[in-house]
Ligand binder design. Structure first.
Ligand SMILES: *Cc1c(COP(=O)(O)O)cnc(C)c1O
Length: 615
């Protein structure tokens, strides 16, 4: 162990190993909160009297609450997914940090609403702190940046599109009502101002005292009619929130462009360049490019460094666009690369560190992924979900933007001044997409960051363990001998080497030519290893699945299908390949004995499931 803590003391544990501690803390927080109530005007007489508490209708009422709770507990126990167990390798969900859960439970008793400072003095301040912490994590200057908690990555992505859209409509709006402030710029140039140029323009517009007037001439005043915003470019591997965003924010599906991904499921940067060139040739402006750090289906990390270089080169040629990183899933991985003073570590130091401690060298961390994370600091904004790799309970996503001046393009309140370190917005709800929202969720994130710092010896340790577990899982699959069932031999192939900690894989009867047969088998395996088959409390192994379709991915999955010896004509006919998908978030698969035990469990479960399908 190299950090200030032991991973095993952070979670309740698969066997509730830390129950004693958790229970003590629960009692503490209840006692503490109860006292807080009693000491608010201690002389006020109690309204609920001891006498009344003994009456029948009173007792009956309490009994109703008890029964409802017992009923709920039963429903939850019967059908919940045991995220905490290393037998669960499915969706982007796992055990949550005790610190976060306790913070949530304590805070919910106070029920703060972070929409307005008045309703949440404590947790609004925590939200601003957490926003700065996440900005630092991404390599932004926390004094210049802006960040806040959302209910999830979807909402953070919406806010990003909202920011990009309103920002892009500023220069033309200035031109419409105060052309002298953008003198000499033609229409193409107005549509191709960089984020920094537009934010500086806003400063000049404010100095001229016409910002409100200009804003009325932007999309928020005039609507989308007549607006020519241009293209939003996303990789084929995008989360579906982007498709919804194009609809909600009036971008239109026709203006959403998809860049193919390569065999490693990272955006093909060469294809991105070709697409941008073709849009330029049509004189179609580009509103935004979205890159993904940790795709939802494959965990792939786009080559953000190359995309940043491309953006900078185009900007020099007079073609500018907003760059957002969707790191809803993968954002916290950046902690691996930060030392205790937020310095981004040289790759060589990570390497040697890994060689000293890692079982299998540095195989779980590639230079490409490292460079992508380093370059994130150059994006305009980033989505990052604490409720995914931050190991905190729902609902907590976040958005961070490099330059806080940007909030004025979406705010509905006088711009708020950030000139003190304790500056808390009076009405957070007027600077963000949402209104009322749980201060408890913010407190959970704050507690998590307080106990587990956002650097290599904090989250870095947990995530590194999860990535190493994923890497072991991947290598075990590569080296696994065929499973024999019903007299037939089946093998498994992983889709790609995991960039972080998600592995997609498929089983297939060796040499069988049919893709449909392979898809049916994996669909069956999924159903036997998921809630689809009913309550899964006795399941030996639980996973998730996804289908990589021709419609979404073009022919990229063909090379995977071919590796099973299946012909291209099969792919052309089926147009889809079903894969099992395991997000390895558990930090427990690094100890040799534990790993071997659960790998054995996986094998046994798969043997049984394949035999059970009768295929
Ligand atoms: C999960 C995810 C989202 C959506 O986040 P929610 O918190 O589920 O709303 C967006 N983008 C990516 C890449 C994701 O993995």
């Amino acid at each position: 162990m190299e950090g200030p803590f032991n991973n095993k003391a952070l979670f309740l544990g698969p066997k509730s190993e830390n129950y004693d501690f958790f229970r003590k803390m629960l009692l503490f927080l209840m006692d503490d909160h109860a006292e807080w109530r009693r000491y608010f005007h201690p002389d006020d007489a109690p309204i609920v009297t001891e006498e009344e508490k003994g009456q029948k209708d009173f007792l009956d009422t309490l009994q109703q609450t008890r029964e409802a709770l017992v009923d709920l507990a039963g429903q939850l126990q019967e059908s919940s997914t045991p995220w905490f167990s290393p037998r669960y390798l499915g969706h982007m969900t796992t055990d949550t940090l005790m610190a976060a859960n306790l913070g949530y439970m304590l805070t919910i008793l106070y029920n703060p609403n972070n929409c307005a400072y008045e309703g949440s003095p404590a947790t609004t301040a925590l939200e601003i702190q957490v926003g700065r912490q996440l900005a630092s994590l991404m390599g932004y200057d926390p004094q210049r940046a802006w960040g806040h908690i959302t209910s999830g990555g979807t909402i953070a992505n919406y806010e990003a599109i909202w920011l990009a859209r309103n920002l892009a409509s500023i220069p033309s709006a200035v031109h419409a009502c105060h052309p002298e402030l953008v003198a000499g710029l033609d229409e193409w140039q107005l549509m191709n101002q960089t984020t920094a140029e537009i934010l500086d323009l806003i400063d000049r517009v404010k100095e001229a005292g016409v910002f409100e007037e200009v804003r009325q001439h932007t999309i928020r005043g005039k609507g989308m009619a007549g607006a020519n915003l241009g293209a939003v470019i996303v990789p084929q591997s995008k989360h579906y929130s982007w498709t919804k965003a194009a609809d909600i924010f009036g971008i239109g599906q026709d203006n959403l462009y998809f860049v193919p991904v390569k065999d490693d499921y990272r955006m093909d940067v060469q294809a991105l360049k070709t697409l941008i060139d073709s849009l330029i040739a049509q004189r179609k402006p580009i509103l935004a490019v979205i890159a993904v750090a940790g795709t939802t289906e494959e965990g792939a990390v786009d080559e953000i460094d190359k995309i940043v270089r491309l953006r900078d080169r185009y900007a020099k040629e007079g073609v500018a666009f907003y760059l957002h990183i969707d790191a809803a899933y993968g954002g916290y991985v950046r902690t691996l690369f930060l030392d205790e003073d937020h310095r981004f570590l040289p790759f060589e130091t990570l390497d040697s560190e890994q060689k000293e401690t890692g079982e299998n060298g540095n195989v779980w961390l590639s230079k490409e992924v490292y460079e992508a994370y380093r370059a994130m600091a150059h994006a305009d904004s980033i989505t990052v979900d604490p409720h995914k790799m931050g190991y905190v309970p729902y609902a907590a996503g976040a958005i961070v933007a490099a330059d806080r001046r940007i909030i004025d393009v979406i705010s509905y309140f006088a711009a708020y001044v950030f000139d003190r370190s304790d500056d808390n917005p009076m009405l957070l709800g007027s600077y963000i997409l949402e209104g009322s929202k749980a201060g408890a969720a913010v407190a959970a994130v704050w507690m998590a960051h307080r106990v587990v710092p956002l650097n290599r010896s904090g989250y870095g340790q947990i995530i590194r363990a999860s990535m190493e577990g994923a890497s072991r899982f991947y290598h075990s699959m590569l080296n696994m001998s065929p499973i024999v069932a019903n007299g037939r031999r089946f093998h498994v192939l992983p889709l790609t080497r995991p960039d972080i900690n998600i592995i997609d894989y498929a089983f297939h009867e060796i040499g069988h030519p049919s893709l449909q047969k392979m898809n049916d088998l994996n669909q069956d395996l999924y159903e036997r290893c998921s809630y689809k088959s009913g309550p899964l409390y006795t399941n030996e192994f639980i996973t998730s699945k996804t289908a990589l379709t021709k419609e979404e991915y073009g022919d990229t999955p063909l090379s995977f299908v071919r590796r099973f010896g299946i012909d291209a004509s099969e792919w052309a006919r089926e147009g889809s390949v079903t894969v099992l998908r395991s997000c390895v978030l558990t930090p427990y698969l690094v100890n040799n004995n534990t790993y071997e035990t659960y790998w054995g469990t996986f094998l046994k479960a798969m043997e049984k499931a394949i035999a059970g399908t009768g295929r």
